[in-house]
Design a protein around this ligand. Structure first.
Ligand SMILES: [Ca+2]
Length: 166
């Protein structure tokens, strides 16, 4: 009984990852799986690594409907991006039309950086937008979505479990 309880509790507090559910988030297959509008481009080299997405004319959008499904309760969306091109550019990541990450008039170059946002698990539309610069200044690669299980851990929980075995 105690062993069963122990494993039940362990299963409840360890994040459960499922496979990434974005199609071609690495852009290894160009723009396959993405709906591209405006000046969106998918160069085959120079990403992190290989193919990536950027704009070569604005506005530009790439979007994808995806199912962030599984047994978790939080959809973790991540991407790598890099800024390299001078000037300034507004870059936005939206879920179902709501901007969850936005860099307005972004300026200052930076190397590949990982960024995440969260939403609920389920079916969503992810959109990545470039709105005000006509060349590839913000590069995007390695877009992922995972439904993860997050459970608040109360400080007394482990003490309570430990006491069961003493
Ligand atoms: Ca890539």
């Amino acid at each position: 009984m105690r062993r069963t309880l122990f494993f039940f509790v362990m299963a409840s507090v360890v994040p459960a990852l499922v496979a990434a559910q974005i199609v071609n988030g690495t852009f290894d297959s160009g723009g396959a799986g993405w709906t591209a509008t405006g000046g969106a481009v998918f160069p085959s080299a120079g990403g992190n690594p290989g193919g990536y997405a950027a704009d070569n004319g604005y506005p530009a959008t790439i979007s994808q409907v995806f199912d962030c499904g599984g047994t978790g309760n939080t959809c973790l969306i991540g991407w790598d991006f890099k800024r390299d091109g001078g000037g300034s550019e507004t870059f936005r990541v939206s879920i179902d039309g709501n901007a969850l990450y936005e860099c307005v008039s972004c300026s200052g170059d930076f190397s590949w950086t990982h960024q995440t946002v969260t939403t609920t698990c389920g079916t969503h539309t992810l959109a990545i937008e470039w709105t005000d610069q006509a060349h590839a200044a913000v590069l995007v690669d390695n877009v992922t979505a995972e439904c993860v299980l997050t459970v608040p851990v109360e400080p007394n929980s482990w003490g309570t479990i430990k006491n069961l075995f003493e």
